[in-house]
Design a protein around this ligand. Structure first.
Ligand SMILES: [Mg+2]
Length: 228
């Protein structure tokens, strides 16, 4: 291992895998109904790049819940959403984005630490990567429960890696993501941003935020350059 081991952080949806969204949306709707009796929807919410708790708060608000009702219901809604997702999640191995498996195998072979930084609730995020057959590549993760935005989640992930002595002050750290919010989170933490156009954000929209790397997908990912 080099004196300053690198750290790679990955968003899940649109970055590691695609189209695991419909079930995810449905369990949020079902959990709101179960706990509050309210009929909510995600149809009008731009969920990409958002944190699950923010999506739930938006759904509850638009379904007529007061701020105090939202606060009171949230812990149970979160718990039910995670349980429903875990119970219903299908095999996701075919949803993994191009180049992801090869890149993660390379990362593991080189003993580079990798972590998840995602707006998913923790059990939903871990279930996705487990059912996609890629969970073993990740040492840890920062999830929706742990912060108010992606920049905070990335900061928590980096702090955890420091605490565990996986990285030093000079370590190169990169955040891979498919959304403008991933680029902003990387920049807010002074780490490298690797934007990958496998989500719904157009390459031109991602380019506006000037990520350090902008890739069509993760095939032939220039890992050496990213870590240089
Ligand atoms: Mg994403």
């Amino acid at each position: 291992m080099p004196a300053s081991p690198p750290l790679l952080l990955f968003d899940i949806d649109g970055t590691l895998m695609r189209k695991s969204g419909p079930l995810h949306r449905q369990v949020l709707v079902d959990a709101v109904k179960l706990v509050t009796g309210l009929d909510a929807t995600t149809d009008h919410i731009p969920v990409q790049g958002m944190l699950d708790r923010d999506i739930l708060a938006w759904m509850l608000r638009d379904a007529g819940a007061t701020p105090s009702k939202i606060k009171q219901a949230m812990p149970q809604v979160v718990q039910h959403a995670q349980a429903l997702y875990t119970a219903r999640c299908p095999d996701l191995r075919r949803k993994v984005c191009p180049g992801v498996r090869a890149l993660l195998q390379k990362v593991s072979r080189r003993q580079i630490k990798a972590g998840l930084v995602t707006g998913n609730l923790s059990q939903i995020g871990w279930t996705k990567v487990e059912n996609a057959g890629i969970a073993h590549h990740f040492a840890f993760g920062a999830f929706a429960e742990e912060g108010k935005d992606r920049a905070t989640l990335a900061r928590r992930a980096i702090a955890r890696a420091r605490r565990e002595n996986w990285i030093t002050r000079n370590s190169k750290i990169a955040l891979f993501g498919d959304h403008e919010n991933d680029i902003l989170a990387a920049k807010a933490n002074g780490i490298r941003s690797v934007a990958v156009a496998t989500g719904i954000s157009l390459p031109s929209a991602l380019a506006l935020l000037q990520p350090d790397f902008l890739l069509t997908d993760l095939r032939d990912c220039p890992l050496e350059e990213i870590l240089a």
